[in-house]
Design a protein around this ligand. Sequence first.
Ligand code: NDP
Length: 259
Amino acid sequence: MNDLADKIVLVTGGSGGIGAAIAGQFAALGCRVAIAARDHKKLATAAEKIAENGAQVRAIACDVTRREEVQRLRIAIQELWGDVQILVNNAGIASAVSFADMSDATWDRTLDTNLTGAYNCCKVFLPAMIEANWGRIVNIASTAAKVGYSHVTAYTASKHGLLGLTRSLALETARQGVTVNAICPGYVDDERTRENARIMAEKTGKSDDDILKIFAASAPQNRLIEATEVAALACLMASSQMSGMTGQAINVDGGAVMS
Ligand code: NDP
């Protein structure tokens, strides 16, 4: 994947477990990496950690649900390095609640972040990719993009929507040097999964560890996924060797979902 050196990469949600791992792997390949999220302090901490090995990484605060902020992000990256060549739409939120108890605000926030956020970034960053006749969009979806799960209707709907966006955009850009693909992780061993385990433990009276074991057992490999495994696939999808792959949604889930 040496062809990725110096490429300009944007990872949204780059302060989170998966986003920081993705940003770290692109940076290790010699890319210039911008990470974006709302909380600038967390973002700056993540950037400092990635930059420890001399990598080129910048933290730029941005709420992906706000188109004008995404426009400002584009200008900031352009002034630094140039046009974004590889966009990783990773920013995402999830809340577990029954459909009956879910508020309209939860539905709106989830769809706005997970689906409209990715849409906003595609709208803003795709034109320069088309102009350059080269670009990569990698959408971080979930196995919830392919199958339904109970108590996460908004999340599941948003991730199914993200796959629809991936596939249609892949068709529209297929002759313009741009590929659009998605990654569908299962339970990833990160802070968000541990937080979900804590919440479920409180509700069920089980221990956090028991819940994490249940998460792991939902995959035939009986384990959680490492964020670095998701990151490795994101880098592979972005490489020139993968220019023939577009419109795909690849699971990294220990065999949990086979479609
Ligand atoms: P985290 O909660 O650790 O990170 C989420 C990131 O998204 C943070 O950087 C957060 O920063 C950012 N973010 C949230 N809302 C916005 C917004 N409106 N604008 C910009 N950034 C935002 O989650 P993970 O790293 O675990 O998840 C990353 C992606 O992977 C998500 O899309 C998630 O759905 C997906 N995924 C995760 C799985 C898991 O098991 N963890 C499994 C399958 C998929 P801030 O709050 O500061 O904005």
